[in-house]
Design a protein around this ligand. Structure first.
Ligand SMILES: Cc1ncc(COP(=O)(O)O)c(C=O)c1O
Length: 539
């Protein structure tokens, strides 16, 4: 192995015996001096030890496991810039093949060997920006030609839209009209959506797989209602389907379900290759029904490195690996493989939902048909619980599981839910372990002494941040600040009765150390975990 002369000292010294391990880690300024590669590797590697384990991260839709053969292809392509079409024509051809395959999977009306219209992107968010922009431009062209004002575009979607739609609306100056969800209806109601449509509506977005519950929105009904509305008004309001997660579920599990280009008003669809497309984070797709849906003015024909290239993406340079990995998955799995994997995910999701339901502690909110997601909340009927879904998520973390707890979309903020995304690599035996750990967590939280002592004590540790502090969950749905969840908290109050302690509730305090301390200082008899799930916490 070639080693730079200045590294010689470093290579004969043990990394953990070198000066690098006692020096502060560079944070703000580029260091003056070099360090050995072993030390640099070890430092970065060790910094990352505090990240969660992606395989146990059930918060995310994004793929966390791929076959080693595909990982090999990813590594082989790491140094290829995707935009260098002329230099890497095979890679570009592979993208076109993927676009063709996805467009046909979504029933785009194409002739036998016709090239479909679409592009790879970094993810569904970029795909959505492009699709939304294309619809905005088409609407503007139409209004301009009709001599009408075209400066106040709007779009309609359920309030369950992912944050990327809020971004689209803000960045591209489109008013976002939202259909509020209501109790018992956790997706956009197509009838309500059509009521919000007017002449300035550039698109109605239907979500195939709500981020909150995985439930599919009724695209077919929306299409029918909009067709009627268009006929009545003379408008031409189109549909964009945000199939970020459902786009690789529905074609395999519910091939009869009409949600795609089989419906005439569906003009564009986005899908995340890195979700159920089964590729690591970094690839999405946008597909247009036909060339007519992508305004020519948005396509850049750039003269770069000796070739004229048409591009329609927000970024210029990016990696090639994920597009190549997508193609690997397509030819490796085919319809048969994707169907088997999606069926497994669905079976495991249903098994998990069933087992959680059988505990008698949770309502299952997600539906059987949809993206394999289990969304559930605590049963609170006739009881006052001294803990919330956020405590359950917090304590599950101690067993390694990462699950989000969040409030539902606008108008349903009173609903707090937990969500498990069942991915390919979440096996049936993990379902069993997950349920086992959930029961342990519930026994703990239901235990009056431990909860009152650990969760309700006044807190000083303001340095520990709730996972809700960032504003949005990793998958883009809004988070709620701790103060919003518990506005009654007053950290100055001294410990008193359980009910008063509840006012000082701080769910990040539920550590094993505090439990041990609580048990030592409050030797009241702890109720048996077999004594009823809600035994200690009923008010
Ligand atoms: C419905 C929906 N749309 C869009 C997105 C954004 O997708 P991406 O992370 O691929 O940008 C997500 C992500 O979870 C989603 O669930």
């Amino acid at each position: 192995m070639l080693t730079h002369a200045s590294e010689n000292v470093g290579t004969i010294q043990p990394v953990f015996g070198s000066r690098y391990m006692v020096s502060p880690i560079p944070r703000f300024e580029l260091p003056e001096e070099m360090m050995s590669k072993d030390a640099a590797y070890q430092i970065v590697h060790d910094e990352l030890l505090l990240d969660g384990n992606p395989r146990l991260n059930l918060a995310s839709f994004v793929c966390t496991w791929m076959e080693p053969e595909c990982e090999k292809l990813i590594l082989e392509a790491l140094s290829k810039n995707f935009i260098d079409f002329d230099e890497y024509p095979a890679t570009h051809d592979i993208q076109d093949r993927c676009v063709n395959m996805i467009a046909r999977l979504f029933h785009a009306p194409l002739a036998q060997n016709e090239q479909a219209v679409g592009t790879s992107t970094v993810g569904s968010s970029e795909a959505i920006m492009l699709a939304g922009l294309a619809m905005k431009r088409k609407w503007q062209q139409k209004m301009r030609q009709a001599g009408k004002p075209y400066d106040k575009p709007n779009m309609v979607a359920g309030s369950n839209v992912q944050v990327c739609w809020e971004k689209f609306a803000r960045y591209f100056e489109v008013e976002l009209r939202q259909v509020n969800l209501r109790d018992g209806c956790y997706v956009m109601d197509p009838e309500e959506a059509v009521k919000l449509v007017d002449e300035n509506t550039i698109l109605v977005c239907a979500i195939l797989g709500s981020t909150y519950t995985g439930e599919f929105e009724d695209v077919k009904l929306l299409n029918q209602l909009l067709l009627e509305n268009n006929q009545k008004t003379g408008w031409d309001t189109p549909i964009h389907v945000d199939a970020a997660s459902g786009g690789f579920i529905a074609p395999f599990l519910y091939p009869e379900l009409e949600w795609d280009f089989r419906l005439p008003l569906v003009r564009s669809i986005n899908v995340s290759g890195h979700k159920y497309g089964l590729v690591y984070a970094g690839v999405g797709w946008v597909i247009w029904r036909s060339k007519a849906e992508l305004p020519e003015e948005l396509i850049f024909h750039i003269n770069y490195l000796g070739a004229i290239q048409p591009t329609f993406t927000l970024n210029f340079s990016r990696g090639s690996s994920h597009v190549i990995a997508q193609y690997y998955q397509f030819i490796r799995l085919g319809i048969e493989g994707y169907t088997l994997i999606m069926k497994n995910c669905q079976d495991n999701a249903q098994h998990l939902a069933q087992k959680l339901k059988e505990t008698g502690m949770f309502n299952i909110i997600s539906k059987e048909i949809g993206v394999p997601v289990v969304t559930y909340s605590l049963i609170k009927k006739d009881r006052k619980l001294y803990f919330t879904e956020h405590d359950v998520a917090d304590r599950m973390r101690q067993y390694g599981w990462i699950i989000p707890a969040y409030t539902m979309a606008p108008n349903l903020e009173h609903m707090h839910v937990l969500r498990v995304v069942v991915r390919e690599d979440f096996s049936n035996s993990q379902v069993v372990k997950f349920v086992r750990d959930t029961k342990k967590v519930m026994d703990f939280l239901n235990n009056e002494e431990s909860v009152s002592s650990t969760l309700c004590a006044p807190t000083q540790d303001q340095g520990i941040h709730s996972p809700l502090d960032h504003g949005y969950h990793s998958d883009g749905h809004p988070q709620v600040k701790h103060e919003q969840l518990h506005p009654q908290i007053n950290h100055e109050q001294p410990k008193k009765t359980i009910k008063e302690k509840w006012k000082n509730f701080h769910w990040r305090k539920s550590t094993e150390a505090r439990v041990t301390e609580a048990r030592a200082t409050q030797p009241k008899k702890i109720k048996s975990s077999t004594g009823g799930h809600f035994g200690g916490r009923v008010c």
